[in-house]
Design a protein around this ligand. Structure first.
Ligand code: ADP
Length: 158
């Protein structure tokens, strides 16, 4: 039984995140999406709102995915839910340096935990939560980038 965590801010979840989560199910049996509730990182949506958006988007259709919020270290969250793999998405070379550093630090902290990367789908390689928020804040159309319920919440927010 391989259980993985997919940690991130998900502020808010985009189609790129959803693509990674669904593809991760091809290589793991269970996926726990961990929404980072980190007080020193200012988020547009609360952790509860981010969890709910992910659950409403993926929950019912995918019984092997569950969503939880966590604070503190990713390795501690992995231990808490009994996961032995961390899934992360890689979009471009710009992601690489940060992700390499995180993977190396997490390995030092917990060598039993393996970080695995899935390459972003080319359709979503340019997509980030911050880009989506910026477009939404200027009234742009974000319907191709996020699930419909997230687009509605962003429209309400701005
Ligand atoms: P973090 O603040 O931890 O980077 P994000 O919510 O921005 O949290 O991203 C969570 C994970 O999803 C990261 O591994 C990131 O590289 C990946 N990711 C973000 N956007 C995309 C995308 N469009 N396609 C594939 N992976 C993505």
């Amino acid at each position: 039984m391989i259980r993985a965590i997919y940690p991130g801010s998900f502020d808010p979840v985009t189609n790129g995140h959803i693509d990674i989560a669904k593809r991760a199910l091809r290589i793991v049996d269970e996926l726990v999406i961990g929404v980072l509730n980190n007080s020193n990182k200012t988020a547009l949506f609360s952790a509860d709102e981010r969890v709910k958006m992910l659950q409403d988007t993926l929950g019912a259709e995918h019984p092997k995915i569950r969503v939880e919020s966590f604070s503190g270290l990713t390795v501690d969250f992995a231990k808490q839910v009994n996961a032995n793999i961390i899934i992360r998405g890689l979009r471009a070379v710009t992601d690489y340096e940060y992700e390499l550093q995180m993977a190396q630090i997490n390995y030092e902290l917990c060598p039993e935990l393996e970080t695995t990367f899935l390459m972003a789908n080319i359709k979503y390689a340019f997509l980030s939560s911050s880009m989506v928020k910026e477009i939404a804040s200027f009234g742009g159309d974000i319907s191709d980038f996020v699930p419909p319920l997230v687009a509605d919440q962003l429209r309400e927010m701005f």
